[in-house]
Design a protein around this ligand. Sequence first.
Ligand SMILES: Nc1ncnc2c1ncn2[C@@H]1O[C@H](COP(=O)(O)OP(=O)(O)OP(=O)(O)O)[C@@H](O)[C@H]1O
Ligand SMILES: [Mg+2]
Length: 158
Amino acid sequence: IQTNCLLLQLAPKYLHTNSTSHTWPFGAIAELIDNAYDPDVSAKQFWINKTMIKEKLCLTFMDNGNGLDHETMHKMLSFGYSDKTAKKGHVPIGMYGNGFKSGSMRLGKDAIVFSKSESGMCIGMLSQTYLELIGADQIQVPIVCITERNLSSYILFN
Ligand SMILES: Nc1ncnc2c1ncn2[C@@H]1O[C@H](COP(=O)(O)OP(=O)(O)OP(=O)(O)O)[C@@H](O)[C@H]1O
Ligand SMILES: [Mg+2]
């Protein structure tokens, strides 16, 4: 199990600031759809749902494309990392390394990303509520990854 907390040299309020580029919530949803469609993920299906978790309204976005490992989850929840390339003529939409952060933070105050890939499972959290609660003066992003090898022992011992 690999656990770490990404510390960005950015104030927590930047998450909101950056999200205001989406005047329309549908532009924010489009960022998440674009990411699933892009050639690195190449999802064939995409599901959007509305659900209640602990009396809070949540939107869930799920795709069946390629997942993330620890390193790519790190990049997804940071700013400015984007290394998408065209695959078989499928040209990527994303290029700035910003859309997920601006889009998700426009739709809600908190986002949790669950991902499964060949190497295991990974969870990352971008949460304005959490940062407010701990009085953070920098953006902190907790990431937990369970690799396939650890996964079997995790299941065995729990
Ligand atoms: N649904 C997803 N599945 C797997 N990886 C994803 C998914 N969404 C985003 N990513 C990864 O997270 C990275 C960051 O996404 P983000 O939307 O912030 O930037 P981008 O798509 O590279 O550029 P842009 O800002 O132009 O959208 C992507 O480059 C991609 O590697
Ligand atoms: Mg994008």
